[in-house]
Design a protein around this ligand. Structure first.
Ligand code: C2E
Ligand code: MN
Ligand code: MN
Length: 392
């Protein structure tokens, strides 16, 4: 966009915004726009929605939505800074010259800090330039595993549904997660609510034999299997790890094929007892994954003390990440510390192509979610693999 076109665009925006009492500032570096909109909630939200709908834009990310006692750029509807006219040394003065807020405390607030970072060229902190969602098409692959399943197996106290964890670009299944179901195929809650409290941990552990029997039945080769366990099931049941090892051996599975998933919240509650169990799992060759990372209190201190093989980022951080600045910043930092610690990341609950593209561009390679495959009772659903649309 030329400087003249940019001016025309800003003029038009200024007129429109003035009519609805919206003010702010627009920065442009020749490639990226950065905009602050300020005004009444409804007007700002409506304007933001219309920007999202505007087909001229792509990769729109909301960095911050906040409330303030006064406007920062109350001057002229929409200020404009063409960053091509400034250097990193001169841009701050130009920016501050446009700030109308009276309180000098404003000069230290988050809005100006974010603008400053962008004005100084740190666009990369806010953009992961991923491939465009529109470049991809999805098609179901052929059955990799036997027996489609779909119906409950008679005579079992519980059932399992399998959901693949995939590396979509390599078209590999890295693991199958076994999710417990009631005897009729109901939810995990339905199953656990039928178990007396004092038998919960034993039942959780015993149930795993049915998960291993299922993957043995459908034949998974050297693919891995992930099971969920309450940490207390490993702590309170005597010889728990040996029981798991027997269940594995009885179903022709190697300990190295098993990954035990525990949620950070539960681990933190039983940390001391669980440390012994972790040692036993390690010695046996069984992998450990932290499940639902970021859902509760992010277990950073937990990670300081011990590092699992895998960390599964919870859906609450994944859903909508492609358009959400705070989620992007958090996920990027998780990617960074996991890379430094040799921890494999799985993004959980990926439902949209846009989120997958962003996560893949951010360096995540393993995914679990409806976008690729839903859990299937006693079987594995066809996996939807992405491929790049041919051009032209
Ligand atoms: P989880 O271990 O985090 O399992 C993933 C859950 O997310 C599953 O729910 C799965 O169906 C769902 N999911 C997968 N992809 C998507 C997606 O794209 N969008 C959405 N909205 N959801 C998705 P499910 O099967 O209802 O299991 C819920 C939780 O129950 C599990 O969460 C796990 O914490 C627990 N659980 C499952 N099996 C067992 C078990 O054998 N023992 C114990 N202790 N807990 C279990
Ligand atoms: Mn899990
Ligand atoms: Mn989870």
């Amino acid at each position: 966009m030329s400087a003249e076109d940019l001016l025309r665009l800003a003029d038009a925006a200024r007129c429109r915004n003035q009519a609805v009492q919206v003010t702010g500032i627009l920065l442009f570096d020749g490639m990226h726009f950065f905009q602050v909109l300020e005004g009444p909630d409804e007007e700002v939200d409506a304007l933001y929605r219309s920007i999202l709908r505007d087909a001229r834009h792509s990769q729109i990310v909301r960095l911050l939505r906040d409330h303030a006692p006064s406007r920062r750029f109350g001057g002229r509807g929409m200020e404009l800074i063409d960053l091509r006219d400034y250097t990193a040394a001169t841009v701050m003065d130009a920016l501050l010259a446009r700030v109308t807020a009276r309180s000098s405390l404003t000069y230290d607030d988050r809005v100006l800090k974010i603008i400053k970072a962008c004005a100084e060229g740190d666009w990369k902190d806010h953009f992961v330039e991923g491939s465009d969602a529109a470049e991809w098409t999805f098609a179901p692959g052929g059955d990799m595993f036997g027996a489609a399943g779909g119906v409950p197996v008679a005579g079992q106290p519980c059932q399992f549904a399998l959901q693949p964890i995939v590396d979509p670009l390599r078209r590999e299944v890295s693991s199958l997660e076994a999710l417990i179901r009631s005897s009729s195929g109901g939810s995990p809650e339905a199953y656990f609510s039928s178990i007396p409290r004092d038998q919960l941990y034993q039942a959780d552990l015993d149930a795993k034999a049915y998960a291993f029997a299922l993957v043995n039945r459908i034949g998974i080769g050297d693919c891995k299997v992930s099971v969920n366990l309450l940490p207390m099931s490993l702590v309170a049941v005597p010889g728990a790890v040996d029981i798991l090892l027997e269940q594995l051996a009885g179903n022709g599975l190697a300990p190295e094929q098993l990954i035990v998933e525990v949620t950070e919240q539960e681990v933190i509650s039983y940390l001391d007892g669980f440390k012994t169990a972790i040692t036993q799992l390690r010695r046996a060759g069984i992998g450990l994954a932290i499940d639902d990372f970021g859902a509760g209190f992010a277990g950073l201190s937990l990670l300081a003390d011990f590092q699992p093989e895998k960390l599964k980022i919870d859906r609450t951080l994944i859903d909508g990440v492609h358009a959400d600045g705070p989620r992007q910043a958090i996920v990027r930092s998780i990617v960074q510390f996991c890379a430094a610690l040799g921890i494999t990341i799985v993004a959980e609950g990926v439902e949209t192509v846009e989120d997958w593209c962003w996560l893949q561009a951010a360096g995540i390679e393993k995914f679990q979610g409806y976008l690729f495959a839903r859990p299937a009772l006693n079987g594995v659903a066809p996996i939807w693999w992405p491929s790049r649309k041919s051009r032209g």
